[in-house]
Design a protein around this ligand. Structure first.
Ligand SMILES: [Zn+2]
Length: 345
């Protein structure tokens, strides 16, 4: 093989791996071929020079072609809603996605409570028995513990008790009371809600789901009474359903409130005078939630003196509120991830 052919093959191979393709024109081997020309016998110079020039032109051509074909693609942003390498971005149509109805409604619920001076706290996905029961005046062995069909883990807490998936948002009461109790010293109330997920080992049907949402409310200050609890809930529900409502309370029992109430509201959908109302079974009233004045032992567990401060607490099922608002007949739709259901929101 002659020198030019050998050099050509070497340079073509190198060209493939060069990052800056134009560097091939500065290759020392190429310069060396050109430098040979004047040293050759006159009769060979013309043919040799022509061949070297042809190689130079070939390489130049390659560099030019490469410039045109190799467009440097920007890195792909996998979080972008369209392919950024497409000349015309194809943005997903608005109808292809929406915020989950529960998320939308929790934002509305939070907004109403923010305007009433409450702050919002997040709950946990796993909690201990102290926050689930003891801090809420359910001592060990308390029969009411059995009313909560809790999911337990095989792992245990410091006391040797299994951890649990919170069965109510009240698990946050002790933490909220401790976190904000200093505000009581400057005569500001503790006012917080917990809109979050809870879990129960339920038999599933149209009204029972293993995973659902509650909004917990906690309010503590001096001279808090049950009238303030009822007014707060009534104000919230009237804002949420956008109409005047009647409310009523019946005595009930919860270990963490004393007195405890079952809270009912007049049906926002039928006024009780329609022959068939699926929401209230034409009774005109809906038993909605449990509430009451915070038990002194719950305040003591957070080192708040119940002789000076009193408070109220409530726990309301968010899914239930949303189902009534939109006439959703089966709670299982909400966790189903079924598109034909979700596309309606
Ligand atoms: Zn009704």
């Amino acid at each position: 093989m002659d020198t030019i052919t050998k050099t050509r093959l070497e340079l073509l191979a190198r060209f493939e791996v060069l990052e800056t393709k134009a560097d091939i024109l500065k290759a020392p081997e190429l310069k060396k071929l050109f430098a040979e020309i004047p040293k050759l016998p006159v009769d060979q110079r013309s043919a040799y020079g022509k061949a070297v020039n042809e190689l130079h032109q070939e390489l130049q051509q390659l560099v030019e072609t490469n410039k045109q074909t190799s467009i440097v693609l920007p890195p792909i942003d996998v979080t972008a809603p369209f392919d950024i390498n497409c000349p015309e971005p194809k943005i997903l149509a608005r109808t292809s996605a929406s915020i989950h109805p529960l998320t939308q409604e929790i934002a509305i619920i939070c907004d109403i409570f923010y305007r009433m001076g409450f702050t919002a706290e997040e709950s946990r996905e796993i909690d201990d028995q102290y926050h689930m029961f003891e801090s809420l005046n359910f001592p060990k062995g308390h029969p009411a513990r059995d009313d909560y069909d809790t999911f337990m883990t095989v792992e245990t807490d410091g006391e040797g008790d299994p951890l649990t998936a919170p069965a109510h948002t009240s698990t946050m009461q002790n933490r909220i009371l401790r976190k904000y109790r200093d505000t009581l010293m400057i005569d500001e109330a503790i006012a917080a809600i917990v809109p979050d997920r809870v879990f129960r080992n339920e038999d599933l049907d149209a009204r029972h789901e293993h995973t659902f949402y509650q909004v917990e409310g906690v309010y503590v200050a001096k001279n808090v009474h049950a009238g303030m609890l009822i007014a707060t809930l009534q104000t919230f529900l009237e804002a949420y359903y956008g109409k005047k409502l009647e409310v009523r309370v019946n005595p009930f029992y919860f270990p963490f409130t004393e007195p405890s109430f079952e809270f009912a509201l007049s049906c926002p959908f039928c006024e009780g005078d329609e022959a068939i109302c699926k929401v209230c079974s034409s009774e005109g009233w809906i038993e909605l939630l449990g509430c009451g004045m915070i038990h002194p032992n719950v305040l003591r567990a957070a080192e708040i003196d119940p002789e000076i401060y009193t408070g109220f607490a409530f726990g309301c099922g968010v899914d239930r509120l949303v189902m009534m608002k939109y006439g959703i007949e089966d709670i299982r739709h909400l966790e189903s991830a079924k598109l034909d259901f979700l596309k309606q929101f």
